[in-house]
Ligand binder design. Structure first.
Ligand code: GUN
Length: 296
């Protein structure tokens, strides 16, 4: 068997198109433009690439982009003061503080100072609690993107066995909550799980978010299962730098029914979902109907 490839790049382009169409209608019918503020502290090269990519795609979707680049030694008080201004700014519907923050800043304190209604990353403790109790919230972008791809591929997910490998607050835990919300039977596995391969072989849906290059091989995959690879790992192979996932693609694809590649799978969905979340936050802030198909 050879797995169907789930084309995240194409799907993300479709999501961005739907966001852009909705944004255009908001402007035309209500004179409202959604706005996203991105805050970057310091000069981490990977973060700079992400932030400029976010800004570009925000503008392409017809939204306003506000970039705040702060010095690496910015004080916590100054950062909190900026967030306070953004919380109060009616042109800003979404606020994202790029992580990781420099070591002298308390990330939890900073994230929890964002107005939960503008927390388009879904990292605020209020949003985590709302998601965990099945209430309307802002949902972290990467797991939301995975959920959208799974719904697109399968239709309804109810009754499926889902195994999420990885228990991070950014991906593993919210992914498990979202799959539970769609009535999957959910297992969260991790580095200390006993006989991880056997646990994974019970999965109709296998989500790999461990951050270990190519750890999940075909041996972990149930025949016909859907494999979602959240990993983005840079490795050296044959003297070249290569981007690989947490899944060993070739062996997994030989067993799976469907699989996301790296690159071109989950990656492009994250920013697409950030735009979707910004649009959702804008609609909620204005008491307008939320975009369908773009939320959990
Ligand atoms: N750094 C890496 N991924 C993310 C993300 O999804 N959100 C934020 N804020 N920072 C990140």
């Amino acid at each position: 068997m050879t797995a169907a490839i789930i084309d995240g790049k194409a799907f993300a382009a479709k999501v961005r198109g739907e966001v852009a169409a909705h944004v255009a209608r908001l402007k035309e019918e209500h004179g409202i433009q959604p706005g996203l503020a991105v805050v970057l502290v310091g000069e981490d090269p990977a973060s700079q690439v992400y932030v400029s990519s976010k800004g570009k795609q925000t503008v392409e979707a017809g939204m306003a982009s506000f970039e705040h680049k702060l010095e690496a030694d910015t004080s916590e008080a100054d950062l909190l003061a900026l967030i306070d201004r953004l919380n109060k700014d009616p042109k800003v519907h979404g606020i994202l503080v790029q992580l990781p923050l420099p070591g002298h800043l308390n990330s939890e304190l900073v994230i929890n100072s964002i107005d939960p209604a503008k927390d388009v990353d879904g990292f605020h403790i209020s949003n985590v609690g709302l998601l965990g109790t099945g209430q309307k919230s802002m949902v972290p972008c990467t797991p939301l993107g995975c959920l959208m791809m799974l719904r697109d591929h399968h239709g309804k997910l109810a009754g499926m066995n889902a195994v999420v490998v990885g228990r991070s607050n950014i991906v593993g835990k919210p992914m498990a909550q979202l799959l539970l919300g769609d009535s999957c039977t959910v297992t969260i596995a991790h580095s200390r799980t006993k006989d991880l391969a056997a646990v994974c072989r019970g999965a109709d849906i296998l989500v790999a978010a461990v951050g270990r290059p190519e750890m999940i091989t075909g041996e972990y995959v149930k025949p016909g299962a859907t494999v979602i690879d959240v990993g983005i790992n840079r490795i050296e192979r044959d003297g070249k730098t290569k981007l690989v996932g947490d899944v060993e693609f070739a062996s997994a694809a030989a067993v799976a029914g469907a699989i996301t590649p790296v690159p071109g799978g989950v990656g492009p969905m994250t920013i697409a979902c950030l735009l979707a979340n910004t649009l959702t936050a804008c609609c909620r802030a204005n008491g307008l109907p939320e975009p369908s198909g773009l939320t959990a």
